[in-house]
Design a protein around this ligand. Sequence first.
Ligand SMILES: Nc1nc2c(c(=O)[nH]1)N[C@H]1C(S)=C(S)[C@@H](COP(=O)(O)OP(=O)(O)OC[C@H]3O[C@@H](n4cnc5c(=O)[nH]c(N)nc54)[C@H](O)[C@@H]3O)O[C@H]1N2
Ligand SMILES: Nc1nc2c(c(=O)[nH]1)N[C@H]1C(S)=C(S)[C@@H](COP(=O)(O)OP(=O)(O)OC[C@H]3O[C@@H](n4cnc5c(=O)[nH]c(N)nc54)[C@H](O)[C@@H]3O)O[C@H]1N2
Ligand SMILES: [Mo]
Length: 748
Amino acid sequence: MRYTASHWGAYQFDGNGLAPVSDDPAPARIGRGWLSAARDRNSRILTPAIREGWLAGDGGAGRGRDGFVSVSWDRAAGLAAQELARVRDAHGNGAVFAGSYGWASAGRFHHAQSQLRRFLNLCGGFVGARDTYSHAAAEVLFPHVLGLSNRAVQDGMTSWPLVAEHCTLLVAFGGISPRTAQINSSGTAGHEVAGWLGRLRARVVNISPQDSDYPGADWWAIRPGTDTALLLALAHTLWAEGLQNEGFLARCTSGWSEFRDYLSGAADGVAKSADWAAPLCDLDAARIRALARDMAANRTMITLNWGMQRADHGEQPLWAGLALAAMLGQIGQPGTGFAFGYGSTTAVGRPAKLYDWPSLPQGRNPVADFIPVARIADMLENPGAPYRYNLTERRYPDIRLVWWAGGNPFHHHQDLFRLERAWRRPETMIVQDHSWTATARRADIVLPATTPLERDDLMLSRRDPALIYMSQRIDPMGLALDDHDILRRIGTELGVAEAFTEGRDTQGWLRWLWDGTRAEAERHGTDLPDYDRFREMGRFDMPDAGDTRVFLQDFVQAPAHHPLPSESGKITLFNTAIARAKLPDCAGHPAWMPPFESLLDAPEGALHLISGQPDTRLHSQNDRGVESQADKIDGRESCYLHPETARAHNLTEGTIVRLWNARGACLAGLRLTPTIRLDCVALPTGAWFDPDEDGLERAGNPNVLTRDIGCSTLSQGNTAHTTLVHIAQWHGDLPPLSIAQPPAIRQG
Ligand SMILES: Nc1nc2c(c(=O)[nH]1)N[C@H]1C(S)=C(S)[C@@H](COP(=O)(O)OP(=O)(O)OC[C@H]3O[C@@H](n4cnc5c(=O)[nH]c(N)nc54)[C@H](O)[C@@H]3O)O[C@H]1N2
Ligand SMILES: Nc1nc2c(c(=O)[nH]1)N[C@H]1C(S)=C(S)[C@@H](COP(=O)(O)OP(=O)(O)OC[C@H]3O[C@@H](n4cnc5c(=O)[nH]c(N)nc54)[C@H](O)[C@@H]3O)O[C@H]1N2
Ligand SMILES: [Mo]
């Protein structure tokens, strides 16, 4: 049997197509659009291409408007090498930005960012990016309050079978959704979250602006952006009624008295009571108090999704949720306590062993400089400007060359019209991608990469027992090359090709990776077949002991023997390092701060925009495939609105609407659903950014509406979920999409 794999699942070859592996209990919808997207000649980059204006020396002004010249690989590789050498000689490697954030593809070897980092490290280094768009607030906060990285927290999440068995009240902030559980970074052979949800015996409360985030649960339609207020009110009720577990607080936390003084109002004169929170959250005070009592009376798990912290003050709901769970004193016990990210991907809480599979060695980056990942436009616009991040003062580098492989900033970044302006500043933009994404269309040197369907690779996912030999399914489109080959060619010009390849071709590297895989499996007591045998089998399943774990169990059982590596050795409800920094937007304890814009002080008619992950794609990937296209209305992304709101705004289902605010405007198709709050509109991310000359985005990309500002000076995470918009019927002619066709390309 032959297989391939993706972040949305593992597939076996099936006639002319692909079928999800037969033991996957809930194959992802996303896979249905994969082959058609990969074969779409209108969106695949077929040859290397150079932007016309750049060749004419326009300094970047024409990015996003220009056509391209199709060139040979020799020419393209030569130009890329020449630009890197020029910028490096004139300005040093600190002028090269290759943060290159993005999901690229599953597969250990052909991981575009890893390839690019390895290559640039051999060329003297680059300015990188810290943290992720997924959960930057968590990545910066957890090391302070728990002494643990977010990766360690995610790895340590209490396993689903224990939640199913022991939990009697599951309070899910932002829900737990099989929609997002379609994905596992670096692949999965099985989608199990829906199955686990079916086995829960707990009462489930879904605290979310959307009922659809956990269908069938008790829906509390909270006003978005106010979860911290609710969490504090639940904590306040526990304290006011003497329901907190003082023994746990004393043994396992530090700073309870400071946090208590904040809750009670002793610190600032405002009691964070249910009556205080109710009007903020648009919930009933008596119900809030009742839920707090239920939490204390039950075996309770508090879980927050990742999305909640992609918002202004994104650290606060996390920290407040942790503090509330600490007051309940059920952290460290099976099936109860605190969780972050159940359902946000399929692997969180999965009862499996964790493996440290090998990956492509990236070498060492001689450049120490970096930016927080979502501060790219700030960096491009303000070289040398000071900013704060993670309790340090830093300055933005002066970037002349940007090199992106395996990511799509014109998908993932906020306020795309601002990014468009900032993006014109550097001297040279190099992009490796397989498709004419909005980012590739804004590059000077465009290098066509293969998709995973066009090459062999290995799926080795540390949280999934299936090991897959990914076989090539289709011929490379046009002149596309594997990222490794692209960089090898450029490396030849720069004299680093040999160091880059170490004399191995793809098969050589896959064998090398498999050797490391066998060694790791042996450490876990499993003998793996040799490489040739594995390649023939296509799949090997590690014995899945169904390993379960309980978050923070060792620490809670013996805090003195297993202290947390935090400043107090305990869970810090008050953190002295953060407090001492006197940040304007993050106190020493969890606290409520109103978001910079919200329904709490919205102009008449404004709606809150929820721009979550799309059901039909992985971000912008496969958007041109059949599954994503079938969900659109006249080729525009569908947005979701409550029927009553549609009536009040005179909007008709199935027609085109315009969404706008001061930052931008886009078109979208309209669908109605009673599963969303009356004052919210949901427009998933991922439609390819396609603005016309007048600044109207035509495809339905929500990131022309979101604001580009850090969620605090602590983490500088993105604030995509803090956005207000207006909506109206679109009466004009429907402008054609330009992203449905390749850009203008002439033969060079
Ligand atoms: N408004 C709003 N914005 C958001 C979010 C949100 O919730 N709301 N979510 C954020 C989050 S959590 C994330 S993770 C980001 C995701 O942002 P990205 O990860 O940037 O989005 P993708 O569309 O997955 O981009 C991956 C790119 O890699 C390319 N690619 C795939 N395989 C290969 C390969 O083998 N080689 C090369 N060279 N290229 C390849 C794809 O064609 C695609 O262009 O978006 C963020 N943006
Ligand atoms: N199908 C699919 N699955 C994916 C991805 C994809 O692109 N497609 N991307 C993957 C990636 S990279 C990531 S990081 C994860 C992200 O996983 P999540 O962050 O969990 O996903 P989101 O869709 O951003 O948000 C989930 C829900 O949060 C709710 N929400 C928004 N604002 C608030 C709020 O203020 N309060 C409350 N209580 N709820 C709120 C929204 O109703 C939204 O539906 O998803 C992964 N899974
Ligand atoms: Mo993400």
